[in-house]
Design a protein around this ligand. Structure first.
Ligand code: C6P
Length: 415
């Protein structure tokens, strides 16, 4: 690759795990869509928190509690800036994207949706953005509609215009498919949904870690994402919502910190965002997430995006040259995120994944929690390589060599 957007080797030194060996080979970590690795800065921040400032938040008058509260609330402001939300009060910490979407289904959906109301999803959604709505459909009798996927993995926007109607109360779509890498034109869909009076929830699990995301520019109402896919710890997620939408929701979980007053008869609610953060949150995790956001902001999400486009473009060309490889998703790297899903003729993706693991190469094989995508493609599984800011072209080369040697291995095994 001719052009580098930043110094990859310097970045890789921040991720000690990338220097380890797996099965006698240098690790080639290409499973970033499942979870990314963490830099030393995030680990150090978490250690510092537990070593120097650990206490519960929002409760104590003592110094440690105040320090912990300031650190935790400081990350809320960092998240606000990262997604350009109007107010930090609109940022709610959850456990992950899955919880954030379930949160909307419970706190907004249960309050506002009635039998016959329609929720529009798409065929390329992760199970996390299908199952909560099916549960609500079974409970409330709402109707689910799905924007179809075209053969190249993009959404059928002509069909979307017909599916999103005055009956639509919510459009809930991913901004980037984890199974195919497709980037969805969320801004265009949001304008369409708003014109029909529907709200727009975006599953940003794959987009927020990989592209610049500006909620005001996109014109959306709600955004869900996970820290662990963007250099942060597991167990921390975000639900951002426009204040007016959050104010229209009922509480999700009840308990400590989310109330103002409690008597044996009734309770009143704390202000937003605390109303939606019942119980002691993952304080250390949120504080660590702050270091991840600093790391990404320092690099700049536009640079991360450019780097991944180059890698994906290179991977599509190299993998596409291997006989027997079928690539899925949009052919143009600019129309997709850092995900390359493929099939190797006559080799089950799980077998391929195992052979690659023997060479230290970590990919994901399976349905990627997006079974409707697999059904649409007439497959049960694909092999998926997913990249992040620290991956380099030589790792694409290692993957290609691994796929080629797997081809030879299975040809030989078949005799
Ligand atoms: N996709 C993957 O390997 P959680 O697990 O809640 O942090 O994220 C769920 C989720 C929701 N939406 C999309 C688009 C996702 O990609 C994911 C997680 C992982 O592709 C694990 S299945």
């Amino acid at each position: 690759m001719a052009r580098r957007t930043y110094d990859i080797e310097a970045i890789r030194r921040d991720f000690p795990i990338l220097a380890r060996e797996v099965n006698g080979h240098p690790l080639v970590y290409l499973d970033n869509a499942a979870t990314s690795q963490r830099p030393v800065q995030v680990m150090a921040q978490i250690t510092r928190f537990y070593r120097d400032s650990n206490a519960n938040i929002h409760r104590g008058v003592h110094t440690l509690s105040q320090e912990a509260t300031e650190l935790y609330e400081g990350v809320r402001e960092q998240v606000r800036a990262f997604i350009n939300a109007p107010s930090a009060r609109e940022v709610i910490f959850t456990r992950n994207t899955t919880e954030s979407i379930n949160f909307v289904a419970h706190a907004w959906g249960r309050k506002h949706l009635r039998a016959g109301d329609e929720v529009v999803l798409s065929e390329i959604e992760h199970h996390s953005n299908i199952v909560p709505w099916q549960l609500l459909r079974d409970e409330r009798g709402i109707v689910l509609r799905f924007i179809p996927m075209l053969d190249d993995g993009t959404l059928d926007l002509v069909a979307a215009r017909v599916l999103i109607t005055e009956r639509t109360r919510l459009l809930s779509v991913t901004q980037m498919s984890n199974a195919l890498g497709t980037i969805v034109p969320v801004k265009e869909l949001a304008a369409l949904a708003h014109a029909r009076g529907a709200l727009v929830l975006v599953d940003g699990a794959q987009s927020v870690p990989h592209l610049p995301v500006d909620v005001q520019d996109l014109g959306i109402d709600l955004l869900a994402f996970s820290a662990h896919k963007m250099l942060g710890p597991t167990g921390v997620g975000v639900l951002w919502g426009r204040m007016a939408v959050l104010e229209s929701m009922q509480p999700f979980l009840g308990g400590g910190d989310m109330i103002l007053t409690v008597s044996l008869e009734r309770s009143t609610w704390n202000d937003i965002p605390h109303r939606f953060e019942a119980g002691t949150p993952n304080i250390g995790g949120v504080v660590g997430f702050g270091a991840a956001l600093n790391y990404l902001s320092r690099l700049g999400m536009a640079a991360v995006r450019e780097h991944e486009i180059e890698l994906v473009d290179y991977a599509l060309r190299r993998l596409g040259d291997i006989p027997g490889v079928t690539l899925f998703g949009p052919p143009d790297a600019r129309q997709r995120g850092g995900v390359v899903s493929f099939d190797l003729q006559d080799v089950h993706p799980h077998d391929l994944g195992q052979v690659l693991d023997g060479e230290g190469i970590a990919i994901r094989a399976g349905h990627h929690c997006a079974q409707p995508v697999m059904q649409r493609l007439g497959l049960t599984a694909t092999a998926r390589a997913s990249f992040y800011l620290y991956n380099r072209a030589s790792e694409v080369d290692a993957l290609v060599r691994g796929v080629e040697s797997a081809t030879r291995f299975f040809e030989h095994a078949r005799g």
